[in-house]
Ligand binder design. Sequence first.
Ligand SMILES: NC(=O)c1ccc[n+]([C@@H]2O[C@H](COP(=O)([O-])OP(=O)(O)OC[C@H]3O[C@@H](n4cnc5c(N)ncnc54)[C@H](OP(=O)(O)O)[C@@H]3O)[C@@H](O)[C@H]2O)c1
Length: 258
Amino acid sequence: MQPAVVVTGASSGLGVEFARLAVAEGAKTVLIARNIGDLQRLAAEIDPSGQFTVVLRIDLAAPDASETIAHELKVRDLYCHTLINNAGFGLFGDAVELDRGHQLGIIAVNIRAATDLMLRFLPDMVERQAGRILNVASVAGFAPGPRMAVYFASKAYLVSLSQALMREVRSSGVTVTCLCPGPLRTPFLTRADAQQVRLFKLLRKLPVDEVAHEGWEAMKAGRTLCIPGIGTKAAIAVTRFVPRGLLLAMVTRLQRGR
Ligand SMILES: NC(=O)c1ccc[n+]([C@@H]2O[C@H](COP(=O)([O-])OP(=O)(O)OC[C@H]3O[C@@H](n4cnc5c(N)ncnc54)[C@H](OP(=O)(O)O)[C@@H]3O)[C@@H](O)[C@H]2O)c1
């Protein structure tokens, strides 16, 4: 069996950069998303020989997504050495106005699929005493987020789970790192209909490749939290010192947007 880097959400944004980093290090890399055309174009660009990449069209909202991924690895004689839980999406608007099914989709992808993949691959990593997990959360994981309530809560879940799992496995040689970026210039904000939201306009948008690189290096160094950029670090520091009620009022104001 050969070790593989599994990157979810590799069809755009940060996921593309993680895929580039993995292939540049000569790792067998499994690219996962729904948009197979984008995955194939990326694979052709970063791995013209086709030796290093496997492309899987998988909807992570499907309850059996992690089982399918595990099966696809097995039939190729691969095992997950490094899991990059990057796929995710958000929706801007009041919870009572947004479609319930779409909001539950955030839980299915950002929470359920990410957790399922970790719980599936982590025991073998611990057994082998080698393995890395990188969960992509957000600055949004440090405060309640009215008008993106389910999204902010999904990222708080990932921060919490990552820190707890890292503590549980700390003497095993396996690490769990949580990357918490501020806003980025990827299709994410447009897809969430949040490009005009004040909170995201206020924080400086760092280059996507730099943020991915910082997260990648933090993962390799076995760090628990990675918060790229001074502005994002300062924003997260504020969430730690400001009383919860005041923080909620501040985020509510910034989330008014347009
Ligand atoms: N952009 C930001 O401002 C920002 C800030 C902080 C954190 N983040 C987080 O960073 C991560 C990457 O986001 P990004 O900015 O790179 O956004 P993006 O360009 O929209 O990429 C999101 C990726 O997730 C995949 N995805 C979404 N739903 C999926 C599903 N049901 N099944 C499989 N794949 C799915 C998408 O692929 P398909 O559509 O092809 O399936 C795409 O590859 C997300 O977790 C996001 O929450 C983003």
